[in-house]
Design a protein around this ligand. Sequence first.
Ligand code: NAP
Length: 351
Amino acid sequence: MGQPRIPVAILGATGAVGQRFVQLLADHPWFEIVTVAASERSAGRTYADACNWVISGDPPAAIGQLTVDSLEPTVDGRIVFSALPSSVAREVEPLFARAGYAVCSNASAFREEPDVPLVIPELNADHLALIERQRSLRGWRGFIITSPNCTTTGIAIPLKPLDEAFGLRQVFAVSMQAISGAGYPGVASLDILNNVIPYIGGEEEKLERETRLLLGEVRDGERIGADITISAQTNRVPVLDGHTVCLSLGFDRAPSVDEAIGALAGFRGQPAAAGLPSSPARILIVRSEPDRPQPRRDRDAEGGMAVSVGRVRPCPLLDLRLVSVSHNTLRGAAGGSILNAELLVAEGYVR
Ligand code: NAP
């Protein structure tokens, strides 16, 4: 017989990201969902009744029968996945961390706190070193780690190997973001159909700051952001899932197109991330067709855990241009957070 699975709870389980957690964790080899929790509106109802399931198919039968809990830090489970709105996460996640849970958060509430790791395992697994500092500073038995904003994830992954090889200095990023990124019910259909909305509150600042943190380092317990100038413009477009970002990049040493493609295609990520149950075989997929990547065709690559890039070409403004596509609720939210939890287990932070 194999090891017993680690019991986990999902906070905000009824929302757009919470549903992805349920979908991905239902048959997870290491984790077993024992608690689904949401607002007072849902608490006390069965999950199937409380949840308006917006992804394909139906909720897994066993989870559908669970009764939704409220957000009390006494739930069953050792790992707590948080898919709560940021304002709620700010209040609730510390209660769980203090009570001894390992909190893997999707919310932005603690991403920029100097003692809270912001992690994509292939990029900066070593930032988990902040956990000890967090525990001793805050006196918590548990801890919080965070995964980045969904759009940040889709650009930080291709930027990492380019930065390592050529020294990234400037990023100009224009996003076209799917409506599932706004949660449920999200953007009104009368606003988004036949339209583009050139504003997503707080998104540009998150993209700029979080990317610098992910590409930065932890030195002597201090998190130091990368010295990169980033200008982001973010747009909501009528696509269901999958964020597209057009990037222009400036480097210390401008690569040729072939050198850039070589660095992207050869990216394997930090060894600590290899072989985890949710690690994709290919982290980055370089498309050579002139009209790829596209969200409808490329967002599900490697189960939604790979980032697809293409249109790698010279840039007359900076040095190089390319386009990236990533799945915002899989790699950019629930899948990324589950990968973080797997890393915690593999590195001995959760037993
Ligand atoms: P959502 O669809 O609006 O879901 C919110 C969830 O939180 C629901 O389960 C809801 O429960 C619960 N909730 C809301 N208010 C609450 C309260 N006062 N007390 C307790 N529970 C409450 O949002 P989402 O898109 O899933 O996003 C969840 C988090 O992930 C956000 O912080 C978001 O920024 C982040 N995120 C989202 C994406 C994305 O692509 N969507 C990507 C990365 C990160 P009820 O159903 O009971 O109301």
